[in-house]
Design a protein around this ligand. Structure first.
Ligand SMILES: *[C@@H]1O[C@H](CO)[C@@H](O)[C@H](O)[C@H]1NC(C)=O
Ligand SMILES: *[C@@H]1O[C@H](CO)[C@@H](O)[C@H](O)[C@H]1NC(C)=O
Ligand SMILES: *[C@@H]1O[C@H](CO)[C@@H](O)[C@H](O)[C@H]1NC(C)=O
Length: 277
């Protein structure tokens, strides 16, 4: 009876996994990969990154993404100030769209009272904007996602699996637009630059927290049997329960064998000038 129940429960999971694997979408697509709800809902700021070393790139590289008016800008030293983007991913609720719902991107727009808005692309102008559901519904609201960053770090924001952010210089500062499939950003004759909107995570994952704890615990284990102890020894005392023994052992082993110094001494060249006399 119990076995029957388990088998039944296991079937949908198996099918779900198989579909995920067979999907044509990239492994990093948050919708189909093993990325969990918790991973999507991790909060982050956005920072502009551009590869080129031009003067223009230097102006905006590293600038944080801010919200101002109804649009999204890059905050440079000389330009736009606004509410710093602070957001995460969550399904866009819209029964009129094909299900499952696209993955939406939200950001806080004010801290007091705390309010969230949807980040969307104006389908007519290609400007990246923010607004409530009514304002965003008729535009491009997802699916947003993220690239795998270098060395597993957080990467750039994507739409339908592709990065497409372009910084465009306007009177109000560097606004962000999003390329369509033909590379069109709805405006011409302005200074512009393809950029990456990099996620800067606001909190470490549980895994990272664990790693930090391990590091903070003090003793550094090496490949050998020697344990390097340090001023953080006190914390060892509490956790291991056998501190004195451990330290004694490491000190004894760390000491060179008694014969070694003599051996070194006799092999120096000091004796040779004596012989020459
Ligand atoms: C959405 O925002 C617009 C413009 O700020 C406002 O007029 C409208 O009442 C808002 N809708 C809802 C449901 O909050
Ligand atoms: C640590 O010491 C044990 C016992 O003396 C020995 O068997 C082992 O090989 C040592 N390990 C390393 C990495 O030196
Ligand atoms: C010893 O402690 C100092 C300061 O607390 C730290 O900078 C250093 O890395 C530590 N060394 C080891 C081997 O733990």
């Amino acid at each position: 009876m119990v076995l029957g129940l388990l088998t039944l429960a296991a079937i949908p999971t198996t099918i779900g996994v198989a579909e995920g694997v067979n999907s044509q979408k990239g492994e990093n697509d948050p919708e189909t990969s093993s990325k969990t709800e918790a991973e999507r809902m991790r909060k982050f700021n956005l920072e502009c990154y551009c590869e080129t070393k031009s003067r223009m790139a230097k102006e905006i590289d590293g600038g944080k993404v801010v919200l101002s008016g109804d649009k999204v800008y890059i905050d440079t030293q000389s330009s736009t100030k606004g509410h710093t983007f602070e957001g995460f991913y969550i399904g866009y609720p819209d029964p009129d769209r094909p299900q499952p719902p696209p993955l939406g991107l939200v950001s806080s727009i004010s801290n007091d009272p705390p309010m969230l808005n949807w980040i969307y692309i104006d389908k007519d102008t290609r400007e990246v904007k923010y607004g409530n559901r009514t304002q965003s519904k008729q535009h491009i609201v997802g699916s947003w996602g993220w690239d795998a960053g270098e060395e597993g770090g957080p990467g750039g924001v994507t739409l339908e699996g592709e990065e497409g952010a372009v910084a465009v210089e306007t009177e109000n500062g560097w606004e962000i637009r999003w390329e369509d499939k033909n590379g069109d950003i709805g405006v011409e004759g302005k200074r512009k630059l393809t950029v990456s909107l990099e996620r800067k995570m606001l909190e470490p994952t549980e895994e990272e927290k664990q790693e930090q704890k391990t590091k903070a615990a003090g003793a550094i284990k090496t490949d050998s049997n020697f344990t390097l102890t340090n001023t953080t020894f006190q914390s060892n005392k509490k956790t291991t329960g056998e501190p004195v023994k451990a330290v004694k052992a490491s000190i004894e082993k760390a000491k060179p064998k008694p014969k070694e110094p003599r051996l070194e001494f006799s092999s120096t060249t000091i004796e040779k000038p004596m012989e020459g006399k």
